[in-house]
Design a binder for this molecule. Sequence first.
Ligand SMILES: NC(=O)c1ccc[n+]([C@@H]2O[C@H](COP(=O)([O-])OP(=O)(O)OC[C@H]3O[C@@H](n4cnc5c(N)ncnc54)[C@H](O)[C@@H]3O)[C@@H](O)[C@H]2O)c1
Length: 348
Amino acid sequence: MPNTIRVGVIGTGGIATSQHIPGYQALEDVEIVALCDVVPGRASAVAENVPGARAYVDFREMLARESLDAVSVTTPNFAHRDATVAALETGAHVLCEKPIAMNLDEGREMVQAARKANKLLQVGLHMRFETESQTLRRHVEAGELGEIYYGEATYMRRRGIPTWGVFTQSEFQGGGALIDIGVHALDRALWLMGNPKPATVLGATYAHFGKRTDVAAPRGLWDVEKFDVDDMGVALIRFENGATLILRACWAAHIEGNIVGTRIMGTHGGAFMSPLRIHKDMHGDMVDITPTGLVETRPHAAEIAHFIGCIRGEGECIVETEQVLDVQAILDAIYESGRTGDVVRLDR
Ligand SMILES: NC(=O)c1ccc[n+]([C@@H]2O[C@H](COP(=O)([O-])OP(=O)(O)OC[C@H]3O[C@@H](n4cnc5c(N)ncnc54)[C@H](O)[C@@H]3O)[C@@H](O)[C@H]2O)c1
């Protein structure tokens, strides 16, 4: 691996400019050499603040002309597969934003392409890199909670239907609130539970806000005409080891405010975040352990540093692709269960 890692970014919208580009720029011996966006002028406008970066409108042209070591795929979900596979085939490592893809079949293709190219494919599930997630995971791995048999994963916004991009159109994103923010809550809870194998899923999705113009929209109204996705998804997931997880995700609901949290319960301890508390019995008493002095990290920056570190051979990627495929399989199953009303059995 050369000393300087040459990076290209495909899709120079919100998450690229707010997180990926500054994330790479903060690292030593990492150079962003190419930026691509399908909207003419968008990548070149971003390139004005990225010295040395050339701008493209076609990612295939960018990949053919540049010799890239690493590529961030930060397009809407419909383009994740093609951009990721193409980048892997040119020999680049890829950090692809979440969800891995529109559905499991596409995700599998991407993972196969990474295996074939023998390159890293990391998916942008940045909640694993939050300080409290990392701390709790260490306690779980040390056996502090015993055998984990139950979890709750919640990412609920009182009013947060995206007003930009194509988040509310199924042909571009594959779904709505569930695939957009439910993916984060689901992934973090599964990771904290030790990624048990999913067996069955019962789910439901709702769309009681997205098509309406009579609801409060403090940050402006989304494109109500084009809205055709869920604004809420819920599920009960049962695992092969008997554990269960309840998932709740929404962009809009009549609730007291935004609720983001993870609870896990084990035979020897339980935990809730945020703020992180670990609940145990000790010497005949019930105790709550509050980790103190935690140093807050910026999870996206930590995720990008991890990606670059893995490329340099400094460690194994903590976002394992098999785990990411399980997440996508569960999301697909929730949508299917929502459509049919039936329990979906997973046998990947
Ligand atoms: N991890 C996180 O915290 C987080 C937050 C926001 C978004 N995301 C994910 O990042 C992705 C992008 O979201 P965003 O908010 O930046 O959206 P966005 O709409 O702001 O930006 C996406 C950009 O991709 C460009 N694009 C579309 N198709 C392309 C193609 N074929 N080639 C090159 N460029 C293309 C669009 O023109 C746009 O500029 C989504 O997958 C989303 O789920 C992750």
